[in-house]
Design a protein around this ligand. Structure first.
Ligand code: CUA
Length: 363
């Protein structure tokens, strides 16, 4: 069969590849990219990755150039005899054993240094360090601040939104209430497993931000944990130390609206949710603490933006918004009457003590 050069087909494939790459490059914002590090830890990881990438490019270019030159220079010519048959070349064998070994040792040393740098938490004064307990649940995140006491003497607890002071060491203890999850804020930290029977640790230090401009980072559960794994998101808000203090003061207080509607009890919400400062909703352990629900950016762990319409939708049919979530065991379609829906939506939205990061998140 006569040989035909595949120029046209190859050309088309090449064009398609270039077009695809360009489309990806000009796609929408990518808040969970690892390519925009915003902490010491992630910058260390990123710099190492970039170095290894260019090292790989260097090896690729050398090997491919050598290969292509050889293909053309030594290709079969019509009247050629068989070339001299040789086996082994001690010098070449030694060279291509030693050179890769040196490269591998070089990579090992750099990697080891980077691991040391991101694993060993710097010792700083206790004022420059914040401890937070991260607890993974199917399918949301609980954040407990063991050193921050609320007005009623409890530990400050939030859900799906972790505020931190920028520039300080954030020391996290990670666990799970059920299955294995994985805590990951691509811009700020590496991944850390959230295990039900064992505590894991991770720390990071987010880049400084000015007063009045808290910065919002997206995070995501990074270990498959059931149906709604993809909707087990979180937001980290890195605020200036002053703004963080304002947030702590506000969040430590009781709910700004302690006038709990009777429907909250009647519909069974008090079985799972706490709203500090109210008489009835003070014992729930299963669902997120809703004391300052109105200040949060999202509903159902990043599934919906937190606004009146979305909250109404969520309460009306949690299973339609996030199939399989635990709230659907109590709140089915039509469990809540239209009046109850309005009452609960209005009430929850009102639980906003002031400082929040919704505007920043919308940018
Ligand atoms: Cu939790 Cu995946």
């Amino acid at each position: 069969m006569p040989y035909r050069r595949p120029t046209k087909a190859l050309g088309r494939i090449g064009l398609l590849l270039i077009a695809a790459t360009m489309l990806v490059a000009c796609g929408q914002a990518t808040p969970q990219t690892m390519l925009d590090p915003q902490s010491d830890s992630t910058r260390t990881i990123f710099n190492l990755a970039v170095l290894l990438f260019w090292l790989g490019v260097g090896v690729f270019v050398i090997v491919q150039t050598w290969l292509i030159v050889s293909v053309f220079k030594y290709r079969h010519k019509y009247n050629d005899q068989l070339p001299a048959q040789i086996h082994g070349n001690t010098k070449v064998e030694i060279a291509w054993t030693i050179v890769p070994a040196i490269i591998a040792i070089f990579i090992f040393v750099l990697t080891f240094q980077a691991i040391q740098k991101i694993e060993v938490k710097p010792s700083v004064a206790s004022a420059d360090e914040v401890h937070i307990q991260v607890i993974g649940h199917q399918w949301w995140w609980e954040f407990r601040y063991p050193d921050i006491t609320t007005a009623d003497g409890k530990v400050l607890v939030t859900a799906n939104e972790m505020w931190i002071p920028a520039g300080k060491v954030i020391d996290l203890t990670v666990t799970s209430a059920d299955v294995i999850h994985d805590f990951w804020i691509p811009a700020l930290s590496g991944k850390r497993d959230a295990l039900p029977v064992h505590e894991t640790k991770i720390w990071f230090k987010a880049d400084d931000v000015p007063d009045g401009e808290p910065k919002v980072y997206w995070g995501q559960c990074a270990e498959y944990c059931g149906t709604e794994h993809a909707y087990m998101k979180m937001r980290v808000v890195a605020a200036s130390p002053n703004d963080f203090q304002t947030w702590v003061t506000e969040q430590s207080g009781p709910a700004v609206n302690a006038d709990l509607p009777a429907d909250f009890t009647a519909a069974g919400c008090i079985g799972c949710h706490v709203i500090r400062g109210t008489d009835a909703a003070n014992g729930g352990q299963i669902g997120p603490d809703l004391t300052h629900f109105g200040s949060r950016m999202t509903i159902a762990a990043g599934t919906l933006d937190n606004n009146r319409d979305n909250l109404h939708r969520w309460l009306d049919s949690p299973d339609a918004v996030k199939p399989g979530n635990i709230m659907t065991q109590v709140i089915k379609d039509d469990t809540l009457s239209p009046e109850q829906l309005n009452t609960l939506t209005d009430y929850l939205i009102s639980l906003d003590p002031g400082i929040d990061a919704k505007e920043q998140a919308a940018k």
